[in-house]
Design a binder for this molecule. Structure first.
Ligand code: GLN
Length: 200
């Protein structure tokens, strides 16, 4: 049975581990290159991408993370984790780096100040049944500004000022969402990721 790591430098690590455990997956908090070596797949949680980037450098994890992702390790990033998996970001702080791997441009804090946090129901056909829709929690969330040819768009905002904005993407073994499925008690996105892990 594969071990799914959760990058535990910063952010909502325990919430992801709880969902994984609930689905019967083995999980490990990853803070060191040695711990990264022991996992078959990795979740990068929500939090603050600038802090996560700085800590990843300090802990000597940035290059090992890049190597694992480049060599095909399945990874799922939510919110700040989506930013970390993007090849290109907009609205980053000076010098901000990512792990990369997904051929996307992600805009940080894209939904603007007036809606720092909001919830929305999403149509997410890759989850199988489209009923019920996925309740998504967005917290100072990014959106995907541009996608490369190999990237599948899995969900977009349905209504309102941001209608049509891309908030979930997949490229091979890499999955990313703008929102936080670990906060809603709906395990379908994590179940999708575990399917991707088993496929890989
Ligand atoms: N705004 C944060 C960032 O830029 C992401 C917020 C989140 O993960 N909830 O990293």
């Amino acid at each position: 049975q594969p071990t799914v790591g959760v990058l535990a430098l910063q952010g909502d690590v325990r919430e992801h581990q709880r969902v994984l455990t609930g689905l019967g997956a083995a999980t490990l908090a990853v803070r060191t290159p040695g711990e990264l070596d022991r996992v078959d797949a990795l979740i990068i949680p929500g939090g603050e991408s600038t802090t996560m980037w700085r800590l990843a450098r300090t802990f000597g994890l940035l290059e090992p993370l890049r190597q694992r992702v480049a060599s095909g390790m399945p990874a799922y990033g939510s919110c700040a984790g989506m930013i970390m998996l993007a090849d290109r970001i907009e609205g980053g702080v000076t010098g901000q780096e990512t792990i990369g791997g997904m051929d996307v441009t992600v805009r940080r804090n894209a939904f603007g100040r007036q809606v720092d946090s909001f919830e929305a129901d999403l149509d997410f056909p890759a989850l199988g049944a489209t009923v019920p829709p996925l309740r998504a929690v967005f917290i100072r969330a990014p959106w995907v500004e541009k996608v490369g040819d190999g990237v599948d768009v899995l969900a977009r905002v349905a209504t309102g000022a941001s209608a049509g904005r891309i908030v979930a993407v997949r490229q091979g073994p890499l999955l990313a969402t703008s929102f936080h499925p670990e906060l809603t008690g709906d395990a379908r996105v994590h179940a999708l990721f575990l399917d991707i892990v088993k496929e890989a």
